[in-house]
Design a protein around this ligand. Structure first.
Ligand code: HEC
Length: 137
């Protein structure tokens, strides 16, 4: 294989990666926070306080996610939060239709049943850990 051909592909790619906002930002955003911002912040707000850009259009309003521990006698309700985010177990027959069922939304993104389930659980866990880290005392 001609060497120059290889460099022809790698050099622009490296340039693109290095100039992307995530790499060049002084403090890169941790993956858990990235996931939160991408999937949750439109409703729950960047800070988690329930003040996302579409929150004023909603009734009921999106919950303040920094108060989950406070509302549970100071202890972050880890398993409950996982189940609420995933949403597939508590199917919405009697639940509320405003909070998306993330377990279903994350599902089509990865092909292959086992990888798919692992990916869904991974995302839900990542976001739950992020929420645990933003609790107000
Ligand atoms: C389309 C808007 C919307 C998005 C996007 C959204 N939520 Fe929600 N969420 C809501 C609403 C509305 C409620 C409140 C439902 C209620 O009070 O009955 C809620 C409630 C919750 C609750 C329950 C809080 C409590 O006190 O019981 C948790 C936890 C939660 N959301 C986490 C998340 C996470 C994590 C994400 C991102 C993966 C997310 N939400 C994305 C609208 C949204």
């Amino acid at each position: 294989m001609k060497q120059w051909r290889m460099w022809f592909g790698i050099v622009p790619l490296a340039g693109m990666i290095l100039s992307s906002p995530i790499v060049s930002a002084k403090e890169p955003i941790p993956p858990a926070k990235q996931a939160y911002l991408r999937y949750c912040s439109a409703c729950h707000g960047e800070s988690g306080k329930g003040d996302g850009v579409v929150s004023h259009l909603m009734n009921p309003r999106p919950a303040d996610l920094t108060q989950l521990a406070k509302k549970n006698k100071g202890e972050f309700p880890f398993m409950r939060v996982i189940r609420i985010i995933d949403g597939r177990e508590t199917m919405r027959a009697h639940g509320d239709p405003d909070m998306p069922v993330w377990g279903e939304i994350f599902a089509p993104e990865v092909p292959g049943a086992m990888h798919k389930e692992a990916n869904i659980r991974g995302k839900v866990l990542l976001i739950t850990e992020y929420l645990a880290s933003i609790q107000e005392q």
